[in-house]
Write a protein that binds this ligand. Structure first.
Ligand code: 13P
Length: 340
């Protein structure tokens, strides 16, 4: 029963050329983004912003699932309607971020381990009761001098696998997110090498922890040159490197791969996703789509600025990015869409 439910949910999340919208910023991260724009860092401002997102008209045409944060899954619209109901009524599947953040990994300067396994079984049961049907856990891998270390990759991969197994036990589809960061001056080849090593280790651990691959989603980074690397490859080169890396390391039983945006500009993230689908869609064993936070939300957040009068225009900007990414998923995005 649970097995079929997991498979159905995972497939639905990546069906119909749609993708995921991550709106699961922790309070500190959300506050940081608000502070940059002079928006008050209050519970009410965060609630109002999340209301703006989930009430965006026709969001369900492009978005199959949204990832919420603990504070948000418990919140309501101003009129008292719970966000989970608003989301479900829009034909979108509610999900929840369940890790409790990345902390310094002991003995490994410059590296992080994601926490949140203690008490996770109980938290998953509560979220499931509240209507969540999938979950997310993000591990962070930095590239630098002598890092990532084996110790960091293995510890994070094992935590991801234990989280994924607990999710499946609770009937929630795990979105497994090992993020290789784009910070640094490393070349694309180095990102490719590290991403492949990380993904191979993650899938070994998922196998060891008996995670059913048909009932999960992988949320990786794209294979990119470091942000400050002088050589920045073309969109097509990034698409080729990313797909080759994934083909080598992600089993065909996984129904879908949903990229994080990781700090790429909204348009570049869309262009790169589009190029992957243009060049490879008919040959891929899994669906290739998006689970962006910043690359969908940022333009809308900048327009909103915490002002009620800006809500409608901000919602249009959010819907526009969602539509562009839906097109990218079909390999049908082009720059002209940005000016219409
Ligand atoms: P970005 O798309 O902003 O990288 O966020 C995705 C996400 O969910 C990070 O955990």
């Amino acid at each position: 029963m649970i097995t079929q439910k997991l498979i159905d949910t995972a497939r639905t999340l990546v069906a119909g050329d749609k993708g995921l919208l991550a709106m699961d910023e922790s309070n500190p991260t959300c506050n940081k983004r608000f502070a940059k724009l002079g928006i008050p860092q209050t519970v009410e401002a965060r609630r109002a912003y999340r209301e703006l997102i989930v009430t965006t008209p026709n969001l369900g045409e492009c978005i199959s699932g949204v990832i919420l944060y603990d504070e948000t899954i418990r919140q309501q619209k101003k009129d008292g309607t719970p966000f989970v109901k608003v989301i479900t009524d829009a034909g979108i599947i509610p999900g929840i971020k369940v890790d409790t953040g990345a902390k310094d990994l002991a003995g490994h300067p410059g590296e992080k381990i994601t926490e949140g396994l203690d008490g996770l079984r109980e938290r998953l049961a509560e979220y499931s009761q509240m209507g969540a049907r999938f979950a997310k856990w993000r591990a962070v891998i930095a590239i630098g001098d002598g890092i990532p270390s084996r110790g960091c990759i293995e510890a994070n991969a094992q935590a991801l696998a234990r989280y994924a197994a607990l999710c499946q036990e609770a009937g929630l589809v795990p979105v497994v997110e090992p993020e290789v960061l784009m910070d640094g001056g490393h070349p694309l080849e180095r990102c490719s090498e590290v991403t492949e090593q990380v993904l191979r280790t993650v899938f070994n651990q998922l196998y060891t922890q008996r995670v059913m691959l048909e009932g999960m989603i992988l949320k990786p980074n794209m294979v990119l040159p470091g942000l400050t690397c002088p050589q920045q490859e073309t969109v097509d080169e990034v698409a080729d490197a990313t797909v080759s890396c994934l083909m080598r390391s992600v089993p065909a039983a996984v129904p879908g791969i949903t990229f994080l945006s990781g700090g790429q500009s909204a348009e570049l993230a869309t262009e790169r996703l589009n190029a992957m689908n243009v060049r490879f869609k008919s040959r891929l064993p899994w669906e290739l789509t998006f689970s962006f936070a910043r690359a969908i939300q940022q333009p809308a957040l900048e327009i909103w600025q915490g002002k009620e009068a800006h809500v409608l225009v901000a919602q249009e900007a959010l819907h526009h990015r969602a539509r562009c990414n839906l097109a990218a998923r079909r390999g049908a995005y082009n720059a002209a869409m940005e000016t219409t």
